[in-house]
Design a protein around this ligand. Sequence first.
Ligand code: AMP
Length: 211
Amino acid sequence: MKKFLIFLGPPGCGKGTQAQLLENYNWLRISTGDLLRENVYNQTELGKKIQQIMEKGELVNDEIVFEIIKNKIISSASDKYILDGYPRNLNQAKLLSEFAKNIKAKFFIFLIELNDSEVIKRNSGRRICKNCQKIYNIYFFPPIKNNICDNCNSELVFREDDKEEVIKRRLEVYKKEANDLINYYKENIIKINGKESAFEIHKNILKLLEE
Ligand code: AMP
């Protein structure tokens, strides 16, 4: 049976980091943000269309994102998927539920809670490897060598949409949609305290997945 793991929580709460840590346990991470950024970077037709939307911190069209994630799931051999950055609103959640019902997938839903000031600090400290996309945080999860990826020795970069004005907009967008999502999944949600260290949270999640 296929399993879908979803992380809900504000931008910068550690969803991406937790997803990357779970990859060591045969969970396949599908990050809609990464897939969309890849299109922008390669200036594909889609990339040109969505570039401005992403730079402003707005959401890309639901059907476009759903097609991307669905195709990625269908074309991969895994049966354990982390949907990193998806769903972002109720409509996306419904599209996903319909698809999950058809392929008889089971959901695991985690909500990582974090307050606004922490969100802003986390995002401003985030750095990403421009080669392998590993996520760091200069305050909480720094690389061993300053600005260099531990994995592949490439340079770490600051995401355009991690600028403070854009973070504030992304947080607004999150809050607008989050209540609906939390309500929609309320029977299955497992809450996690986002202020704990990345490794504490990771250990906790592994334990919960085993139960
Ligand atoms: P992320 O890397 O998850 O923070 O996403 C970065 C940006 O990609 C977001 O601010 C949106 O512009 C876009 N994006 C990522 N995932 C989605 C999604 N599920 N629906 C719509 N837009 C998305």
